[in-house]
Design a protein. Structure first.
Length: 86
């Protein structure tokens, strides 16, 4: 097998808006999505904080390795930097 499987960490939708739960779940608060899709398996988890994100990434990596594939982490979260304000 040994296929590269990308684990995506995202806090925004494609249109740039923050990812949010629906209003009936956790009052529509923001969340970070951690997930991957391989040819025969996949997973996705909404996470509320960095600890949950770390655990979800670890779980994804373990699963991908167990399947004989290679995990690749792609963190797409927007980070606040000083350069962004200049």
């Amino acid at each position: 097998m040994k296929e590269k499987v990308i684990i995506e960490v995202e806090d925004r939708e494609e249109d740039g808006t923050k990812r949010r739960y629906v209003s009936s779940v956790k009052n529509g608060m923001d969340h970070i999505s951690v997930g991957f899709t391989a040819k025969r398996y996949g997973s996705s988890s909404p996470c509320d904080n960095d600890d949950e994100v770390d655990r979800a990434i670890k779980h994804c990596k373990e699963w991908i390795i167990k399947e004989g594939d290679i995990p690749i982490l792609q963190d797409k979260r927007k980070k606040a930097t000083l350069e962004a304000w200049i």
